[in-house]
Design a protein around this ligand. Sequence first.
Ligand SMILES: NC(=O)c1ccc[n+]([C@@H]2O[C@H](COP(=O)([O-])OP(=O)(O)OC[C@H]3O[C@@H](n4cnc5c(N)ncnc54)[C@H](O)[C@@H]3O)[C@@H](O)[C@H]2O)c1
Length: 429
Amino acid sequence: MYNQLVSKDIKLAVVGLGYVGLPLALEFARHFSVIGYDIKEKNLTMLRNAVDPSGELKADSFKNRDILYTSKLSDLETANFFIVAVPTPIDKYNKPDLHPLLSATTAVAKVLHKGDYVIYESTVYPGCTTEECVPILEKLSGLKYIEDFKVGYSPERINPGDAEHSLQNTVKIVSACDDASLDEVARIYETVVAAGVHRAPDIRVAEAAKIIENTQRDVNIALMNELSIIFNRLGINTYDVIKAAGTKWNFVQYTPGLVGGHCIGVDPYYMVHKAAELKYHPQMIASGRFVNDSMGGYIAKQTVKRLLANDMPMEKARVLIMGITYKENVSDIRNSKVADIVAELLSYRVLVDVVDPNADPLAVEEEYNITLTPAPTPKYHAVIIAVPHREYLTLTEPDLEKMLVPNGLVVDIRGLFRTKIKHLQYWSL
Ligand SMILES: NC(=O)c1ccc[n+]([C@@H]2O[C@H](COP(=O)([O-])OP(=O)(O)OC[C@H]3O[C@@H](n4cnc5c(N)ncnc54)[C@H](O)[C@@H]3O)[C@@H](O)[C@H]2O)c1
């Protein structure tokens, strides 16, 4: 397989060209002939013009790549090594929504040949690949798993907005259905991952490894969020406490904050789902989710409490929220917890303006029914610095003062301005 890919006798396909699939497809397209398959025609048009719809990659990343962007099954059929990188979200009941994964699997199953490989990169619970995807591949192709086609799993670790940790310089976990195919899969990934690969002994081990990377972060952030609720009642600043505790060699520096996005706030629910099937009801993982999912409402209530303490009638209070993306310096708004702050403030009849230099106003309107304000219109009774985009980091106390009424409040969720603010009313997690 590897040699045929190098000689371009066969092609590699990436199914789903989003945050994960696109960089991977472009990296493989330096070495192999690649089919970039996606169902979003609008995005395919942008890709053909060397524009990354998510805004992560520059035009340079598209240069000198052997890649065909397509939504046609007849093009997908020309490949023999498939990598699936479609979304694995949760539904409104926080249960895994496998529709995109199963629909992408259906597409691959329709074009699968004897001897082909299918590698999943989408984040799933342990067992999902073999229990949910393999039966579809077998049924629609009429081929037999392992005997006729091979399956593997290789979770992605990219971190949007992070220039330091890339696909090339981060060790990648690979796994496959048997030893010989694991060798093949490892060799193929080693072509694009200079840092090398880690061979997991089993597909379920690789699936579980990905889930616990994010679950560990979620639970640790939840602990810091819970501590911040306690420290708030004590009247001490959580970030000051963390800084002090961080002087011990084995203290791990997690900080409180909003946990949004498509990974950390979603993946633990995949583990909870699988555990429930096994008749185990995880308490730690679920309580981490509970605490983190409550933080938007908590921050809004803390803001309202302080406005009320200033004798501010709620229906006249104006609040500016800076940032709505799920984290700083990205345009991704999926599972934005800032939307929870907005909803809670609106329930108190507060007037809310939201600005964000990176978010697409149309996408925000569509997803959350929130109209972004093009620029702040002072004066506000409170400014909430929700997402510390680099554009906001240079704000000074006089800048914030200009936006606020006298005795206005600065809410600094991430505590980044706590040493800069000397006179204004200030609160952080
Ligand atoms: N974004 C990250 O930072 C990150 C990191 C690690 C793992 N992951 C995981 O990787 C997977 C993909 O995430 P993403 O952020 O790249 O998603 P994304 O939404 O950015 O991209 C997914 C792409 O798949 C396409 N798609 C959806 N259904 C399809 C189908 N049936 N056939 C073909 N294409 C289809 C969409 O049009 C979209 O372009 C998820 O399981 C996610 O949890 C994401």
